[in-house]
Design a protein around this ligand. Structure first.
Ligand code: HEC
Ligand code: HEC
Ligand code: HEC
Ligand code: HEC
Ligand code: HEC
Ligand code: HEC
Ligand code: HEC
Length: 272
């Protein structure tokens, strides 16, 4: 009873509603409200959505959580996911419960942790809405979620921009990556200015078909910023230097070329 078809609505569904108990009905309404949000948001392609379910529990709304988690509920107003507000006559604010599941039993039991979903243990509730992200984590080269890190190492579900370093945050997006990848942290005598554009100008943060989770596997990665000048003589110039024969030898970051792509201590051409 937790999987709500939003399309097509159909008369059979209306007759089903008549036979539901009050608890089931509120679950259905909340589910329908979620389905509506997902459609109207437009950023997601799914038309069928299953809010996480907890046997016997019903949705109580954010205010129901505030009684015990007041700080989280207060800060949640600034969160990306707080924009998921249901509209329409039957709308209830399902914000917290869209990730944690219906909270009535957890609340009545004074906070029994076995009666609420904690997505830290499994990203499946995230994938219910972000199906494309699940795909990225299945690619050959991906961050090891949930074995070695979780979505919340890089995303804050509870306050501010869900993408760390996004919006007006003081903490930069690179900083989120550098907590674990300190080898890429400067300062370097010869900086690569590309680093200011962010790690994601070259790496896909979830996963990629390319080694090192690179956005492209060849010179294309670099040529989106470095102009490649094609001379009528057939020569190829990059950064003013003749690269005609180099480009046939492999990637730009091959040994002997610009292998210190994150910044170099010895050479302005980004070498070790
Ligand atoms: C986008 C999904 C999402 C939403 C929406 C969400 N949470 Fe969470 N919540 C998580 C994840 C993931 C964790 C585990 C990681 C962590 O501890 O930050 C978590 C952990 C928690 C915890 C246990 C850890 C702690 O910080 O105390 C509580 C309590 C909690 N959430 C309550 C809430 C409340 C209350 C709301 C609504 C105001 C809410 N959550 C909204 C995803 C979400
Ligand atoms: C009557 C008080 C109360 C209410 C109401 C309440 N909680 Fe809790 N909640 C608690 C307590 C107590 C804990 C356990 C805290 C601990 O052990 O650190 C808890 C823990 C949690 C956890 C962490 C579970 C884990 O696996 O560690 C989440 C998530 C959570 N609550 C979400 C919610 C959400 C969402 C709501 C509203 C739908 C809600 N709570 C309403 C008291 C409450
Ligand atoms: C009920 C559906 C739903 C669930 C569950 C959900 N999300 Fe989202 N999430 C959305 C929608 C819709 C948006 C787009 C919000 C917007 O742009 O207004 C979004 C946006 C995001 C963004 C981008 C925010 C931005 O500023 O662009 C991130 C990151 C994100 N979610 C991570 C997560 C993570 C991590 C979880 C699990 C802990 C999760 N989401 C669970 C629906 C969901
Ligand atoms: C290693 C850090 C990292 C981890 C782990 C991570 N993300 Fe992300 N995620 C990012 C970054 C960085 C962006 C912003 C991408 C950009 O700006 O190009 C992003 C963007 C997103 C977005 C919005 C854009 C999109 O691709 O739809 C969603 C949704 C999202 N992440 C969900 C998740 C979920 C769900 C998980 C856990 C299964 C997760 N992320 C784990 C770093 C991470
Ligand atoms: C919480 C820690 C953590 C954070 C934060 C994190 N990573 Fe990672 N990263 C890892 C782990 C663990 C691996 C897998 C390494 C392994 O298995 O040897 C990895 C692997 C990688 C790899 C592939 C390395 C290789 O040798 O193939 C790249 C590239 C990478 N991360 C980039 C990023 C970027 C970009 C960000 C920020 C958006 C980021 N990471 C944030 C922990 C993290
Ligand atoms: C200009 C593009 C570019 C930017 C920006 C960039 N990287 Fe890389 N990164 C690469 C390339 C190319 C490789 C592959 C190097 C190799 O295979 O020898 C790589 C490899 C890595 C590796 C694997 C270990 C290694 O050094 O080979 C990690 C981890 C990594 N990058 C993290 C990051 C982090 C964190 C950031 C942001 C602070 C970042 N990268 C920014 C291009 C970039
Ligand atoms: C996001 C944009 C961007 C990307 C992607 C990028 N670069 Fe750069 N790179 C710059 C900027 C900006 C400079 C400094 C200005 C300049 O010299 O063109 C620079 C400078 C350099 C320099 C130093 C030039 C000199 O002589 O001082 C080298 C070498 C270089 N990049 C190599 C690479 C390689 C190799 C890649 C691909 C792995 C790459 N870049 C990807 C933006 C980028």
């Amino acid at each position: 009873m937790n999987r709500i078809e939003s399309n097509p609505p159909g008369a059979s569904r209306r007759s089903r509603i008549a036979r539901l108990t009050r608890g089931q009905l509120s679950l259905l309404l909340a589910g329908a409200a979620l389905a509506t949000i997902v459609i109207s948001c437009g950023t997601l392609t799914r038309t069928v959505m299953a809010p996480p379910s907890i046997p016997g529990a019903t949705f109580i709304g954010n205010e129901g959580c505030a009684e015990c988690h007041d700080e989280l509920v207060r800060d949640f107003k600034t969160a990306s996911h707080a924009r998921l507000v249901a509209r329409g006559p039957n709308a209830i604010s399902t914000g917290c419960e869209s990730c944690h599941g219906p909270g009535s039993l957890h609340s009545e039991a004074g906070g029994d942790v076995s009666l609420i979903i904690n997505p830290e243990r499994s990203p499946n509730v995230c994938f219910d809405c972000h199906l494309d992200v699940r795909g990225a984590f299945n690619l050959p080269h991906h961050h090891p979620v949930p074995d070695k890190l979780t979505c919340t190492d890089c995303h804050d579900p509870h306050k501010g921009d869900a993408i760390m370093g996004g919006g007006t945050a003081l903490f930069s997006q690179n900083e989120a990556c550098l907590q674990c990848h300190s080898a890429q942290r400067g300062p370097h005598v010869f900086e690569h200015e590309a680093m200011r554009e962010g790690c994601t100008s070259c790496h896909l943060p979830h996963g990629s078909v390319n080694a090192r989770m690179l956005a492209q596997r060849n010179a294309t990665l670099c040529l989106k910023c470095h102009f490649q000048e094609q001379r009528s003589s057939g020569r190829v110039l990059i950064g003013g230097f003749d690269h005609t024969t180099f480009l046939q030898q492999g990637t730009c970051w091959n040994a002997g070329c610009h292998e210190a792509v994150h910044g170099s201590q010895v050479n302005s051409s980004l070498r070790y």
